[in-house]
Design a protein around this ligand. Structure first.
Ligand code: HEC
Length: 593
């Protein structure tokens, strides 16, 4: 299976070696991102009578005192919200641009979960020069009608709200562009300063909900944090939402969970968290991350009841996460480079590549492998390719993506008797995709390998790919589709599936068509999301007799309605940049006998 045809090798080479980035070519024309419909009622037109805030030393300040200027921007911020972190520096730029024209900027943190010390650290980290105050009991947010962070209110000299909503359209949930196409806040300020009416007074903000103090109902509750919710979060969320992991804030104690509860409900209802995109109708997967219906009911019930804490005596022991490797002690650790990589605070970072020679004089057989980021908060994904000796390029085998890291993906631990073969003289090529998170970071990613005794290896696990390079998506097409096919040459056991499309990807389906004509859906991803490159591990290896056809069907949305679309006016074909497209279904398998 997965014969090493030059075609396959070049397609994979294109995928694996291309200098792609999540954010796309800044010179490409960009359509504005449509904002979600604005909630009603809006605070626009309302007069904000005086509001009290506190600085980081706990001293009170009134809004009137801050509004020395003609016009005022009140920006609600949160210290851990991913979008708020990205927009802190943007607000500072705007404050420098509009300050001299008589606009005062004030930041307000109304999150119950953010302390005065968190606010002070946020201001320092992002170099914010305008005052940021704490709304200690959330009353300012309630009186103004603030819902999310980041969210801005523009008040005129009479303190009437003239604009409410987002700052611009550069960053959204899962969307990152190199520059904004619409500068909503700046446009509103410019109009106001020119005594013109604000043409778009409300543009909904899309960040995190402001965290409110929990208000549990009186009496005894049967769903409590101590009894059920702590366990649910430990099972489903804490692997990523704890210090040192990719989740932007911890969900490890009662206050974290209670203060983030409104936002937890939103992401679970929307199916954004935990990240998992397979339709439960098809296939069963070992690493299925979804909450069950019962778990969802339990969580929502707890939130509806005001997040009761319960008796701390009922708490489970803290989960046993090792801060070291998740595989058994590695026999060999390979660093990606001599020096760590400096990840900038903002912007788009092109893929970084590092070629490393581990000095294998003989074939190595690997039974467990883990790619471990140095700073998980900025590593979007890391992929390690095997480059065999002789300059033949990347081995397609390695593309089954078994030496990879994406947040929440378990390391590769193969069953007894199975191993991955790394030919003598091979090098490792690290492909690193970094996503800046608002402050400068450093990363040194490492590969840990546990070797198998070659005499015990009965099966060599390999990677393969179903792909079709004849991608041709017309400009503006809402629903373009194409299939790719691969015929299994010898009986095989299928182990895992990894769909791969780029930013216009909309859906992906993996099917097996057996010799008797029977068609089976192995994996269906109805809403593909480029931000999460997931590997779906089959609960039971699936036997594929020789002659079985693996069929992958992809759909793309190249219209302006796709917020991730970098350019709906362009016809799109196969290419290695994220603003080109691909159609690849990676899989891992072992020979059946
Ligand atoms: C696989 C790792 C992973 C798991 C598991 C996970 N999260 Fe997240 N979560 C993340 C990452 C990474 C982000 C930041 C996304 C970003 O930067 O936009 C995030 C963001 C969030 C946010 C902020 C809102 C947003 O969209 O950015 C909330 C709320 C959240 N997660 C709740 C949860 C809850 C509740 C669970 C469990 C039911 C959970 N997460 C499980 C990785 C995870």
């Amino acid at each position: 299976m997965a014969r090493q045809t030059p075609f396959l090798a070049s397609a994979l080479g294109a995928l694996l070696l291309g200098a792609a980035a999540l954010c796309v070519d800044p010179s490409a024309p960009r359509p504005p991102v449509a904002a979600p419909p604005a909630p009603t009622p809006t605070p626009v037109g309302r007069t904000i009578d005086d509001i009290m805030l506190h600085d980081v030393w706990g001293r009170p300040h009134s809004l009137a005192e801050c509004a020395g200027g003609k016009v005022m921007v009140v920006a609600f911020l949160g210290t851990d919200c991913p979008l708020s972190k990205l927009y802190g520096p943007r607000l500072d730029e705007l404050a420098r641009e509009f300050g001299p024209r008589g606009v005062a900027f004030v930041g307000v943190n109304a999150n119950a979960q953010d302390s005065l010390a968190d606010v002070a650290a946020f201001v320092r980290l992002h170099g914010i020069s305008f005052p940021v105050y704490k709304d200690i009991d959330g009353s300012a947010a309630r009186r103004m009608g603030a819902e999310r962070t980041p969210e801005v209110f523009v008040l005129d000299a009479r303190r009437v709200v003239r604009y409410w909503g987002r700052i611009d359209d550069q960053y959204g949930v899962g969307v990152c562009r190199p520059a904004p196409a619409r500068r909503d806040l700046a446009d509103a300020l410019t109009e106001l300063l020119a005594d013109r009416p604000v043409s778009r007074p409300v543009v909904a903000s899309v960040g995190c909900r402001i965290g409110r103090e929990p208000t549990p109902a009186a009496g005894t509750a049967d769903v409590t944090y101590a009894k059920q919710i702590s366990r649910l979060l430990q099972r489903r969320c804490v692997e990523c939402h704890r210090p040192g992991q990719p989740g932007p804030f911890p969900l490890t104690d009662y206050r974290d969970a209670a203060d983030w509860s409104a936002m937890m409900r939103e992401v679970v209802e929307d199916g954004r968290m935990p990240p998992w995109f397979a339709d439960p109708e098809h296939g069963r997967f070992r690493n299925d991350a979804r909450l069950t219906d019962d778990e969802k009911r339990l969580l929502f019930r707890w939130i509806d009841d005001g997040c009761p804490e319960g008796d701390p005596a009922d708490l489970p022991p803290p989960p046993a996460f090792s801060d070291g490797w998740r595989i058994p002690r590695p026999d060999r650790v390979v660093d990606m480079a001599d020096q760590p990589f400096d990840v900038p605070a903002r912007g788009d970072v092109p893929y970084q590549y590092y070629l490393v020679d581990p000095g294998f004089a003989e074939d190595a057989f690997v039974r467990a492998a883990e790619v471990r980021p140095g700073d998980a908060s900025v590593v979007h994904h890391a992929l390690v390719m095997i480059v065999p000796p002789g300059g033949a390029g990347v081995a397609p085998d390695s593309a089954g993506a078994m030496l990879d890291y994406t947040p929440g993906m378990a390391p590769t631990v193969l069953p007894d008797g199975a191993a991955l073969r790394i030919p003598a003289g091979s090098k490792f090529l690290f492909q690193m995709h970094y996503t800046p998170n608002g402050s400068p970071r450093r990363d040194q990613t490492r590969l840990g390998l546990v070797f198998a005794d070659p005499r015990t290896v009965k099966r060599v696990v390999r990677g393969g790919a179903v792909f079709n390079t004849a991608v041709a998506i017309p400009a503006g097409a809402r629903d373009a589709s194409l299939a790719a096919e691969y015929t299994v040459p010898a009986d095989a056991l299928l182990l895992s599936l990894s769909p791969h499309l780029h930013l216009r990807g909309k859906s992906f389906r993996f099917e097996a068509v057996y010799a008797n004509g029977l068609r089976e859906v192995l994996l269906d991803v109805p809403h593909y999301d480029f931000n999460w490159q997931l590997r779906y591990e089959l609960a039971e290896p699936r036997r594929l007799p020789a002659g079985t056809r693996l069929v992958c069907t992809a759909h793309w949305d190249n219209s302006a309605a796709n917020p991730a679309n970098p350019d709906p006016t362009r016809d799109v074909g196969w290419g290695d940049r994220t603003d080109d497209e691909m159609l690849i279904g990676f899989f891992a398998y072992a020979p059946a006998d």
